[in-house]
Design a protein around this ligand. Structure first.
Ligand code: IFM
Length: 436
């Protein structure tokens, strides 16, 4: 029978990212949106976002009152190091207080060092492809661990490295707006070296202070299935993005080498064994078919798996794929897994209750199959700036009025609070899953 109660130490809470909520940040993304307002669906920018930089105490108190016992946030590199080698101690003190405030309200902080955005000075020097990006990132990581390490055990070096490389360098939808396969490969190599350098810095500084540190990336996994499994072409083409998107980065972290086709197997110092747990961001599954007209997408056409309900973003809602991802990743990498993101865009909070029950049920099923799952962090606490989707996609448990910035908890926030309180998948799920 499925174990439907999560272990006592199981982490339950929400994930956020600085640029999407804080407001008042000058980084590559704020410059990109200023220069390309058309790049954001519905217009808008993150100049104010939800003003979380000033309101974080009240915001975190609200999450604590909802029984969350964990909270993932990111430190904004552009604030902490506004010019190369110049560290802003007030900005660091701010994030120390954010971590302390999480603890005060009963939440274990999970801290991301790089969530899509870069300081302008690094972006202008080549961003992820800048030769000194790894050294710079390691210094910034060391400064963060020095400052926050007393409060923080769980670290995420880079959020969704493959996503940020593909959208910024292959599809040109995000900064720096390039469309080049060789540049995408260069960005991936840079991100891998940056992760390795930061992981080494986190481990070293933590060790010097006698503190424990857990280190991962936040790996975005989409289950990629052949559109028509009876077609050899679809079966073959689906394997390409599945390897590049879902496995290449993780396998590089395990082997310590920049694997083909992105590299030629060269070793990266500090990379092998750099993951002590595996952070998993999971949203959807996709059907992949051969498309000879899409060389820029490596001849693969992606679409939602037919027959599944769609979220506001048009992503297929597929709780079973979360269970499969957990089982596959645990089998291959043998690491404990924290779900660092999982959520649904849903304007009217109609899909979210079932989404939560089904996805937490899938997590319970994976635990039942022997996967060591450390926690589940819902994306996200507040409706926020959703990158190229602007404010058009609402993933939050809490809505935020765009004029008054007033926060109002949605009904699903109460459901999630109940799950956090009881550490149990609600009963209604049994019917939902068995009927599915
Ligand atoms: O909003 C993003 C987040 O920044 C990274 N993972 C996916 C989320 C939803 O698109």
């Amino acid at each position: 029978m499925t174990q439907r109660r999560f272990p006592d130490r199981f982490l339950l809470g929400c994930a956020t990212a600085a640029h999407q909520v804080e407001g008042g940040i000058d980084n590559d993304w704020s410059r990109w949106v200023a220069d390309h307002p058309e790049a954001v669906n519905g217009g808008g920018d993150a100049a104010i976002a939800i003003d979380h930089y000033r309101r974080y105490r009240d915001d975190l108190e609200q999450l604590g009152s909802m029984q969350h016992n964990a909270h993932r946030f990111s430190v904004e590199w552009a604030r902490v190091e506004p010019a190369p080698g110049v560290f802003d101690h007030d900005a660091l003190a701010h994030y120390v207080d954010v971590a302390r405030t999480c603890r005060r309200f009963g939440m274990e902080p999970v801290v991301t060092l790089q969530h899509f955005t870069l300081p302008v000075w690094l972006a202008e020097a080549g961003g992820f492809t800048a030769p000194d990006a790894p050294v710079r990132f390691a210094r910034y990581a060391a400064a963060c661990v020095e400052a926050l390490g007393e409060q923080v055990t769980w670290w995420v070096t880079v959020n969704e490295p493959v996503v940020v490389a593909v959208l910024g360098y292959l599809e040109g939808l995000w900064p720096p707006g390039e469309r080049s396969l060789p540049r995408t490969m260069a960005a991936l190599r840079g991100l891998l070296r940056m992760h390795a350098a930061a992981a080494h810095a986190i481990a070293t500084v933590s060790h010097q202070h006698g503190r424990a540190a857990q280190i991962s990336i936040a790996h975005h996994e989409r289950r990629l299935l052949p559109r028509d499994p009876s077609l050899r072409a679809d079966r073959a083409i689906a394997k390409v993005p599945d390897y590049l998107f879902n496995r290449w980065f993780l396998r590089a972290c395990v082997t310590g080498r920049i694997l083909r086709p992105v590299g030629s197997g060269e070793a990266v110092p500090g990379l092998a064994g750099s993951l002590t747990y595996l952070g998993l961001n999971h949203y959807t599954s996709e059907a992949v078919s051969l498309d000879l007209g899409a060389p820029g997408m490596l001849f693969a056409r992606h679409e939602p798996v037919p027959g599944l309900p769609l979220s506001g973003t048009g992503w297929a809602i597929d709780a079973g794929s979360l269970r499969v991802a957990l089982i596959d990743l645990a089998r291959e990498f043998g690491l404990p897994i924290m779900i660092t993101e999982n959520g649904v865009a849903d304007d009217h909070d109609e899909l979210r209750p079932t989404f939560l029950r089904d996805h937490l049920g899938a997590v319970a099923d994976a635990i039942d199959s022997g996967v060591d799952v450390l926690g589940y962090l819902y994306w996200t606490a507040w409706d926020n700036f959703e990158w190229a989707e602007g404010y058009t996609q609402r993933f939050g448990l809490i809505s935020v009025d765009r004029e008054s910035l007033q926060r109002v908890a949605k009904p699903s926030a109460a459901l999630f609070a109940e799950i956090c309180r009881t550490h149990e998948v609600p009963d209604a799920l049994v019917a939902t899953r068995q009927g599915a």
